[in-house]
Design a protein around this ligand. Sequence first.
Ligand code: GLN
Length: 488
Amino acid sequence: MIDLTITDALEKLKSRKISATELTRAHLERIEKYGADLNCYITTTPERALSDAAAADARYAAGNPLPLDGIPIAMKDLFATRNIRTTAASHMLENFVPQYESTVSQKFIDAGTVLLGKTNLDEFAMGTFSKTSYFGAPINPWQMERKLTAGGSSGGTTSAVASGLAMGGTGTDTGGSIRFPASITGLVGMKPTYGLCSRWGCVAFASSLDTPGPIARTVDDAALLLSAMAGHDDKDSTSADAEFHAHTPLSPILGDGKKLRIGIIKEFADVEISPDMKRIFDARIADLKSLGADVVEVSIPNVLDALAAYYIIAPAEASSNLARYDGMRYGLRVDGADLIDTYKKTRAAGFGTEVQRRMIIGTAVLSSESYEVYFMQAARVRRLIADAFDRAFARCDLIVCPAGAGTALPLNSDLSPLEYYALDLFTVAMNLAGIPACSVPAGLAENGLPLGVQVVGRRFDDMHVMQLAKHIEQFAAVDNRPTKIMGK
Ligand code: GLN
């Protein structure tokens, strides 16, 4: 049952060949067996899962199931869940139990899903290997004995989904946190258009960039999850007036003489990527051409400056968002001699090194001396990048580019903060522009590990992005069945 896709499982649930309770138990058993080693869940919710499953079975019996009824999912521990601890992988929120439900997790309840637990991540989603988590890093189930990273910041969800400890799950992508972890775990990670999924009740990192989205084993599964997550929300001031409804299997966007112009970003050609990525990327482009796609070169002149702009804008917004953790209202509190001392002691004890680094950078770039030279300059670069994507999409319908430079690295790799930041080179520009981008398994490297490429589209062209991703998925035919990856 572990190897079923969501699409297959829904079919079997509808025809009553399996029950939601059986499906849930199979996942709970697996969590019991591998959860601790993989360290992918911060909190598991087995009782809640079984009661969700029983409710789903009752709806199937009554003949009126919900769209994702009985599908066991994992929720990134950044989404507030009522009466279930929500930590953001921080000591600051280690014991925080929200009294409210985030819009995204509520939508999953409304769709009938079964909540297995809350997954590990980088502290406040700041990182690339999920190593900044207060709870330790999750592990990639591919070549598990090597202790490779499952990516970050949504590395708990990718670890869980790739290993069959959930059928799918949620991530958030501020600068690549859905796409990068998906690319190195053989999964599909979709960063929707900014504003398509509500941020309400999702612990804030950088509000103008934060984008909730799905992580799953197939493009169709990701499309089903996104259908449940998306939609306007009055509680989020930047929520778009848009919806997403997928009917699976997604229909082909290529073949039968269909015309499609695929753009390749010229400036990315100068970036060093692994020979495997180069080979796989070229092979998939050749495949798309064989189906009749026209490939054109497009230019995003400032795309390599996206990293610098992102690492000014994201920390600036984070420093403001994280000011709320002062020990007064909720979260950790370490009493000091007076109010200011309490603030200092609480924040020094509650935040890890990377989060502190971001707040210091953010506060510095927003200071009156630096605002014009750093923050405003970064905002201008952001505008140039967004405009360049608009111009590029006048010449092509969709863009295809690598999701990262290579395969998963060992968790104990000794990288400097700047080396970690550089790993986001292929992903941050899409966040700055607010456009949809989907990482899809594109092939296996010589070392047997998966590599992903991204499909990028115009704002609100999420459906076409996923349709093209599906073609790539079919050509690549990466076998990412959990029982195969883990050999059990
Ligand atoms: N790796 C990036 C960072 O550290 C992206 C994180 C994210 O998308 N949440 O900021």
